[in-house]
Design a protein around this ligand. Structure first.
Ligand code: ACO
Length: 323
């Protein structure tokens, strides 16, 4: 049996760091409120000229160096993002061009914060069916560009960044199983009211558009759904919670992560946490957390990892893998 296996990881964060103290100067909030309600202490914010594709390229180069592959080796590019540079061409082709890669399929997947999990799942199918031998998979976002900096209920939550992995075929175990889900009935709990085509005109509020979120309700569904998809991934493979070495969750809110870890019976010492430094970077959060754990030496070859995410839609997903 052929598995797909992560052979290199990388991340890139914009230079500018915004602390909770910085936010105290912009909106009526406090470091104490933000930390106790969300766990966020600081976040990186893209500059005016930073594009999502720039962040992607920087993260991709680090992942390729770690995997010791060159641009000639890449035969598939899949990017999860909600903030592509343009409506078209799709962002993966922009990254392809910036990196000097030619000819391979390149496309993006839009699934809000679950974008990377959807992208990884898709690339896994290309590898295990023999269609791809070396896939570049990225989760990236400049979500702060959608943020209304006068809305304290959302502006304190988000940050920008990109995380990348290189996926190759292997005989030994890599990705064991992928579990995706979505339910559009929840669209009104978390959305951005402006998009391409017909919605643009209908909304009629391009200038004032901002992220709309019923935080409390998102919180409850997120905890329940993440617990459910994690259990689904373990049960599908007859693996018990105790066998997991690391949980690498979407970094939306420390309290959501704590609640999910508790449902899984996992101590926080076995959870990779970046929410304090990165905030909620949407599709970038899981691959960046993975890269943090790999590069600081906590995540080791052969260990069992559970990656999971939840986002607007709602969409959700989990990937169980042996690193
Ligand atoms: N600073 C100070 N006070 C604030 C702030 C702030 N930044 N934001 C809200 N408040 C106030 C509210 O106005 C409210 O005041 P009131 O009681 O006088 O009305 C009070 O704090 C409590 O507000 P709640 O919304 O009930 O606070 P809650 O404990 O639910 O925390 C939060 C809010 C952090 C947004 C939480 O609900 C949450 O994290 N939800 C999940 C959101 C999430 O994960 N979103 C991303 C999903 S993934 C994606 O696709 C982007």
């Amino acid at each position: 049996m052929t598995y797909s296996r992560i052979v290199g990881t990388g991340r890139h964060l914009p230079e500018r760091i915004m602390t909770n103290a910085d936010l105290e100067k912009i909106v009526e909030t406090s470091d104490e409120w933000i930390r106790t309600r969300t766990g966020v202490e600081r976040r990186h914010v893209a500059g005016e000229d930073d594009t999502t594709s720039d962040l992607c390229v920087a993260a991709a180069k680090k992942a390729m160096a770690a995997a010791q592959v060159s641009v000639e080796d890449i035969d598939l590019i899949v990017i999860g993002t909600t903030t592509p540079d343009l409506i078209f061409p799709n962002i993966a082709t922009l990254v392809q061009e910036k990196m000097g890669i030619h000819g391979c399929p390149a496309f993006s997947i839009e699934a809000a914060c679950t974008g990377f999990i959807y992208a990884l799942t898709t690339a896994d199918k290309f590898i295990t069916t023999g269609t791809s031998k070396c896939a570049l998979v990225i989760g990236a976002e400049v979500i702060t560009k959608l943020v209304d900096w006068s809305d304290r209920t959302t502006c304190v939550l988000f940050g920008d960044g990109a995380g990348a992995v290189i996926l190759q075929p292997a005989e030994e175990q890599g990705i064991i199983s992928c579990h995706l889900g979505a339910d559009g009935q929840y669209r009104d709990l978390l959305y951005y009211p402006v998009g391409a085509g017909s919605q643009l005109e209908k909304a009629g509020i391009v200038e004032e558009a901002k992220i709309l979120m019923k935080g409390n309700e998102v919180f409850k569904v997120a905890v329940k759904t993440l617990g459910g998809v994690a259990t689904e991934a373990l049960e599908a493979n007859g693996i018990s919670k105790d066998e997991l070495d690391w949980l690498i969750p979407h970094q939306a809110n420390l309290r959501i992560i704590q609640a999910t870890a508790k449902r899984l019976g996992m101590p926080l010492e076995k959870v990779i946490l970046t929410v304090q430094d990165h905030g909620n970077t949407s599709a970038a959060s899981v691959p960046m957390a993975l890269d943090v754990g790999v590069r600081d030496g906590r995540i080791k070859r052969g260990q069992l990892l559970l990656l999971e995410a939840f986002g607007g839609g709602f969409t959700w997903g989990a990937v169980l893998l042996r690193y």
